[in-house]
Design a protein around this ligand. Structure first.
Ligand SMILES: [Zn+2]
Length: 116
């Protein structure tokens, strides 16, 4: 089980992480009404080279925004679980997740065994 003090620390870490992710995402992506982020199209210029670079950068931003968004979803989920009192339980096998694992990765959804 996770003690109160550790839980408070993990909650703080998750809130910091959530803010960081939201800030990072909003720097190059727009959020729609479903809370989903889409990378903004970059504009370097009108030459063929610029357009090719814009396209390349947009692909990079799209995959980055997907990665950040999935971290954000996990982070929000973990915060919701803390509020619901169900935090720290593996989503697959329902056993308690090792607190050391949670300290290393507070948004973990599964125990170490199930993550492999
Ligand atoms: Zn498990």
């Amino acid at each position: 089980m996770i003690d109160e003090k550790t839980l408070a620390e993990l909650k703080q870490a998750l809130e910091t992480e959530k803010e960081k992710l939201e800030k990072e995402l909003s720097s190059f992506a727009d959020k729609d009404e479903d809370d989903e982020y889409t990378a903004r199209y970059v504009d370097y210029g009108d030459s063929e080279e610029d357009n090719a670079e814009e396209y390349r950068q947009h692909e990079v931003n799209l995959s980055l925004s997907k990665r950040l968004e999935s971290s954000l979803v996990d982070t929000k989920e973990a915060l919701a679980k803390i509020n619901a009192g169900t935090y720290g339980v593996c989503e697959v096998c329902n056993t308690s997740i090792n607190p050391e694992r949670l300290k290393a990765y507070p948004a973990a959804r599964t125990c170490i065994d199930c993550s492999n």
